[in-house]
Design a protein around this ligand. Structure first.
Ligand code: ATP
Length: 351
């Protein structure tokens, strides 16, 4: 059990609308990431699912039953917050067993269960410690174990990695995903970090200004962004603004031909996106090659790849070259940046 649905859910405070008429299914046993920039409404959405915030409109359904008016403590969803919100005066085991104590489970049983949960999150033998004696990563595991104590049908996490340093964050993303796959619990993770979402999620929901921009598996959202916003938010994208011309896009004095002619009316405004790893750099102009004349403004070596930053008149572009194609382009050098037809994504743009 644990199939969750939202139907026409909105949340406003006066003139501020945090979530706007949003309908969405969270399939049972899957991990869904709510991804978007600060203020896009993801925490508000999670809080409505948790029962901590009442929707202004719309319904929340669990396995088909309307739970919109069911208080949070009755929903009994597992929750992990940014701050972990652990009790410093209790031991690790008592923290994990806290909800079981409230539910009236006998002391011996709940401590045995806490020990099993601590083993699940690789903290065997830490039960007697105080929270203050744990590292950030260990605290996070305690928060996860505590949230899982009541065997929740839905597991909700709000920016669960934000208190951890970069290396630990990456490790915990993998650990949490493996744990979720083992338990098969319906899980929703709020994050503004696209790498985190791509590492952990079966499906990513990209949000912007209280609305959904796209829902899909990570690779699909990356390869086929539905909007220019998604293209720029999931991974990096070079964005050029131009206008449609005979199935191609005229931008910055060049004509860019997509793989298949685009169905835009001539003269209508079009945004064009291309991943940095798809950009090819050359020293010669080639007729009809989707090229833009540019000058190298900065070169950044980041281990396995090299990023070449380019000035192309008012446009700036980035090309990412892999280990096998490390031509020594140098700062100030004039080059031609080629955006291959298959790598071009075209989106309509408000005039
Ligand atoms: P962040 O990543 O920064 O936490 P978020 O995507 O989780 O952002 P929310 O916290 O859901 O965004 O906020 C969405 C919008 O609703 C913001 O404009 C915020 O200022 C507003 N908001 C949130 N809570 C309230 C409240 N209690 N009263 C009024 N406005 C609120």
């Amino acid at each position: 059990m644990g199939a969750l649905s939202l139907s026409g859910v909105s949340k406003s405070w006066g003139a501020v609308t945090a979530v706007s008429d949003l309908s969405l299914d969270f399939p049972e046993g899957q991990l869904t990431a709510l991804l978007g920039p600060s203020g896009c409404g993801k925490t508000t959405l999670l809080r409505m699912i948790a029962g901590l915030e009442a929707p202004s409109r719309g319904r929340v359904l669990l396995d088909g039953a309307d739970i919109t008016d069911r208080p949070a403590h009755v929903r009994r969803f597992g929750m992990v917050f940014q701050s972990f919100a652990l009790f410093p005066h209790l031991s690790v085991a008592e923290n994990v067993a806290y909800a079981l104590a409230i539910a009236g489970m006998a002391r011996r049983d709940r401590l045995a269960k806490a020990e099993a949960l601590l083993a699940l999150v690789q903290l065997d033998g830490y039960g007697d410690r105080r929270i203050g004696q744990l590292s950030g990563g260990q605290r996070q595991r305690v928060a996860i174990a505590r949230a899982l104590a009541q065997e929740p049908s839905v597991f909700l996490l709000d920016e669960p990695m934000s208190a951890l340093d970069a290396k630990l964050r990456e490790e915990m993303q993998v650990e949490l995903r493996l744990l979720q796959q083992k338990l098969r619990v319906t899980t929703i993770v709020v994050t503004h970090d696209q790498r985190e979402a791509m590492t952990m999620a079966d499906r990513i929901v990209v949000m912007n200004r209280g609305e959904i921009e796209q829902v899909g598996p990570p690779q699909e959202v990356y390869d086929r962004p539905a909007t220019a916003f998604v293209a720029g938010f999931i991974g990096k994208a070079n964005i050029l603004h131009g206008e449609a011309r005979g199935g191609a896009v005229a931008a910055h004095g060049a004509l860019f031909h997509p793989e298949r002619p685009a169905a835009f009316r001539d003269g209508s405004p079009v945004t064009l996106a291309c991943r940095p790893e798809a950009v090819r750099l050359g020293r010669a102009a080639r007729e009809g090659a989707n090229q833009l004349a540019a000058r190298v403004s900065f070169v950044r070596d980041v281990g396995p790849t090299r990023e070449i930053f380019l000035d192309a008149g008012p446009a700036t572009l980035t090309a990412e070259l892999g280990a096998g194609e490390r031509e020594p382009f140098s700062v100030g050098e004039p080059v031609f940046a080629e955006l291959p037809p298959a790598a071009l994504r075209l989106f309509p743009r408000a005039a």
